[in-house]
Design a binder for this molecule. Structure first.
Ligand code: PLA
Length: 449
């Protein structure tokens, strides 16, 4: 804390935290200062926290809170991206059950702390999964991988490292993006700007806007890229477009930070969904990758993920890892053992791995079939508008184009829960519930403008 550089990083973080808290509590800084200056209250029965203002629910996880409170029999939660079966039930993959059984049966396993960077075998196999088994970067020991708390924790640890050790503290995120991105990066001490990504007129990629915005970003800026199945739009660049993005970013020295939360969910293939990342690693340049096993292995609540940092040399990678450990140790000391052990058991065993790829493909295919069913149901009802984006978009979500009033109407009259930006989780839908959703969309579009 005594060095100048470190001190200013701390100040930035505190300022960011202050801005964040004062905006979410809707208080001006003076008000907060006066509260901080008078911690005790005149009345002994008053809590020292009586000034605390109730915060709004999270825009995504709060949808589930509202859904849980609704007593309706026909209610449907299409808010959070969580896979459901055709029966509308959460799914624990068979391969996960098998791996867990193995772990339970192995009496030699103990509950000791993991190292700060987590389970070594898990880290190695996670890097191979995203970069490819034959990746030269792995062979040359230029990649450091640390186990983190799912995708969110990996993003946060990577961002905190960058805020401390990287010369450019601005990160560009797509407009729109996952709602938690700006909060994670701001609180890590980075300054957040956005680049154009989605064009509401075409419901596709605003490629020109993207190139212009990244083209005018300052040299060295960090750029957040969704590796595949962009959330919330379901719109990904083509491979040719990725190549243009790569050339532009490398020519300007922009630093890629990939968020890979859906590997295998976009196409059903783990390798196809990693192509964007592998393209950037193949050119020998540096990049960050946050991986999540929440969706593709259905390990949501186990909080298992990894942060990989691809460096130019093994020597740099080793020093970077030593500093990442200093980020993690005071944050949560070391990561939990169970989820990472499940993943390692599956990735190390060819039989279990193959079984996983089948189950993953089945989940991806079910989501894709829901797209077709919903599209057909709207066509059959003659719902006004072009709904072809439902079948064109990729991954877990459809970005419907419904406005907040139409969403509120669908929740009130049809008990359908979704985020107010009109995003629906296709993974939460089933053949049985498609007609209800199509009725609701039809009514919203024809009755609410
Ligand atoms: N990155 C993206 C792009 C995501 O969509 C999500 C999860 C994460 C990271 C973080 O996932 P993890 O920490 O659980 O690994 N997005 C969900 C859930 C599925 C959420 O908001 O937390 C969503 O409904 O958008």
């Amino acid at each position: 804390m005594s060095s100048g550089g470190h001190g200013s990083a701390t100040d930035r973080r505190l300022n960011a935290l202050f801005r964040h808290l004062s905006s979410s509590a809707r208080m001006d800084p003076q008000q907060l200062n006066s509260i901080a200056a008078s911690p005790t209250s005149a009345n002994q029965n008053d809590s020292v926290f009586s000034h605390v203002v109730r915060a709004p629910e999270d825009p995504i996880l709060g949808v589930t809170v509202a859904y849980n409170k609704d007593p309706s029999q026909v209610k449907l939660n299409l808010g959070v991206g969580a896979y459901r079966t055709e029966e509308g039930k959460p799914l624990v993959l068979n391969v996960v059950r098998k791996a867990e059984q193995q772990l339970v049966n192995d009496r030699s396993r103990v509950k000791e702390y993991l190292p700060i960077v987590g389970l070594a075998e898990f880290n190695k196999l996670s890097a191979k999964l995203i970069l490819g088994a034959d990746s030269p970067a792995i062979r040359e020991n230029r990649v450091t991988t640390v186990q983190c708390l799912s995708g969110t924790g990996s993003l946060r640890v990577g961002a905190e490292f960058l805020a401390r050790h990287y010369h450019q503290r601005t990160i560009y995120i797509p407009q729109p993006t996952w709602g938690n991105h700006p909060k994670v990066f701001t609180l890590a001490g980075l300054s957040v700007k956005s680049y154009r990504y989605y064009d509401p007129a075409t419901r596709g990629l605003n490629f020109q806007g993207l190139l212009e915005d990244l083209g005018s970003a300052p040299a060295g800026a960090i750029v957040l890229l969704h590796a595949c199945a962009h959330n919330p739009t379901g719109v990904d660049p083509t491979l040719q477009q990725w190549e243009r993005i790569r050339q532009l970013m490398r020519s300007k020295g922009l630093l890629p930070f990939f968020d890979s939360a859906y590997q295998g969910f976009a196409s059903g293939s783990l390798d196809s969904d990693a192509q964007s990342v592998r393209m950037f690693v193949a050119d020998g340049g540096e990049c960050f990758i946050a991986q999540s096993y929440a969706k593709n292995l259905g390990l949501y609540g186990e909080r298992v993920g990894a942060l990989s940092i691809v460096c130019k040399t093994a020597d740099v990678a080793g020093r970077v890892e030593s500093q990442v450990k200093l980020v993690i140790r005071p944050m949560y000391s070391n990561p939990p053992i169970h989820g990472a052990s499940i993943v390692a058991a599956i990735l190390r065993d060819r039989g279990l791995f193959n079984e996983w790829t089948f189950e993953l493909k089945a989940m991806a295919d079910r989501i894709i079939s829901m797209r077709q069913k919903l599209f057909d149901a709207l066509r059959a009802r003659g719902t006004p508008g072009d709904w072809s984006h439902i079948i064109k978009q990729i991954g877990m979500f459809t970005f419907t184009g419904l406005n907040p009033q139409q969403v509120a109407f669908m929740t009130k009259d049809y008990h359908i829960y979704m985020t107010s930006d009109g995003r629906i989780s296709m993974a939460g839908l089933s053949s049985k519930t498609v007609p209800h959703l199509a009725d609701a969309i039809h009514a919203a579009v024809t009755r609410v403008s």
